[in-house]
Write a protein that binds this ligand. Structure first.
Ligand code: MTE
Length: 338
């Protein structure tokens, strides 16, 4: 399956620069891939992206259609030289998805057992318009966008991934939150028959895997609900059919295979915070100045790498998205709210 690249005549600047998005215009302009082959956009990762060696998946027809109708609003990382796209094989072969095991290769090995069609999501809690909704209907009102984001795991490895999905803000707006909605809480599927890691008696996670965001973080234009990556649907090991992507936070906030999105009044306790509250907080903003109690967060290993070339680079404040998100945390002590 190939991504349809919009012809210049199909895409106008106004289509890709809605006024609601206040990300730097320079960054947008660098990332508009759809402007066509004739136009050289220096440092444009997406325009140069070639997904032809990415294997075909097994997307349902509605998802194929959404993907081929993607609006190319790639957010290019600040340093396209350093932030080349991670090869698909690494992004889909080196994963954290404890529902399928704790080894980095376990998700790719075992996530095939997850049945992602049909899928539905419950939107509930402090909303006027909630309920269970089939994924197709959940996705239907929004146009897919491509977003190229850095992903920085709390374990100090990182990747650069082209996601396909919809802004979480659109989903929340449709749910029509009540005045009591202060946070968003997310849950992953629980099904030990399909998820072998949930059958293990050694598991440290009290299933379901839970994550949460403050409402303003959830409404931020960078926050994405991904249903695809590299021009195709999400592989199961990457959180099919629906995962969160919050690029300025450590990867564990980006919860996979979501079945429930609840608007809540109180700050939720996320899974890693529950397991080790002195090591993992609610906010989990990427911060090179606040080390994990057991290792430094000042640098990261950018994949692909090897024992001989660790490909170590400096970690950036808010993973390089400070310009867009720092104001969300104005006045907060980030050592306390890690
Ligand atoms: N979501 C669920 N449900 N279970 C998990 O174990 N791991 C998290 C996050 N989402 C995890 C999860 C962690 S620690 C990271 S770093 C990212 O997924 C990894 O995403 P990736 O495997 O697609 O790179």
């Amino acid at each position: 399956m190939l991504i349809k690249i919009a012809k210049p005549s199909d895409l106008h600047e106004s289509d890709v620069t809605p006024e609601s998005i206040y990300l730097s215009r320079r960054r947008f302009m660098g990332g508009i891939a759809g402007l066509g082959a004739g136009l050289a956009l220096p440092g444009n990762v997406s325009a140069n992206a070639d997904y032809s060696d990415v294997p075909e998946g097994n997307a349902p027809a509605w998802l194929e259609e959404k993907i081929s109708d993607t609006q190319w609003r790639a957010i290019t990382p600040s340093d396209p030289e350093k932030d080349a796209l991670t090869p698909f094989d690494d992004a889909s072969g080196y994963n954290n998805f404890f529902e399928f095991g704790t080894d980095k290769r376990d998700p790719a090995r075992h996530a095939g057992s997850l049945e992602t069609q049909p899928w539905s999501v419950v939107v509930d809690g402090e909303v006027n318009n909630g309920g269970r909704i089939a994924l197709e209907d959940f996705a239907k009102p929004s146009q897919f966008e491509e977003r190229i984001y850095r992903l920085r795991c709390v374990e100090a490895w990182s990747m650069v991934i082209p996601w396909l999905g919809i802004p979480l803000a659109e989903v929340i707006k449709r749910a029509d939150p009540t005045s009591k909605a202060n946070y968003v809480r997310f849950e992953t599927l629980v099904d030990p028959d399909q998820m072998r890691g949930q059958r293990s008696s050694f598991s440290i996670i009290d299933w379901p895997y839970v994550e949460g965001l403050r409402l303003d973080e959830a409404m931020h234009p960078l926050t994405l609900l991904a249903m695809g990556m590299y021009g195709r649907e999400l592989p199961n090991q990457n959180g099919a059919p629906l995962r969160l992507v919050v690029p300025w936070k450590y990867g564990f906030k980006s919860i996979k295979s979501i079945v429930r999105i609840s608007l809540v009044e109180e700050q939720p306790v996320n899974s890693w915070q529950q397991i080790a509250p002195n090591e993992y907080g609610f906010y989990a903003n990427v911060n090179p100045q606040v080390d994990h109690p057991r290792w430094s967060q000042a640098t990261e290993r950018r994949l692909p790498n090897s024992l001989f070339n660790t490909n170590t680079i400096d970690t950036l404040m808010f993973n390089g998205y400070a310009e867009d998100v720092a104001e969300l945390y104005a006045g907060m002590d980030l050592r306390k709210h890690y």
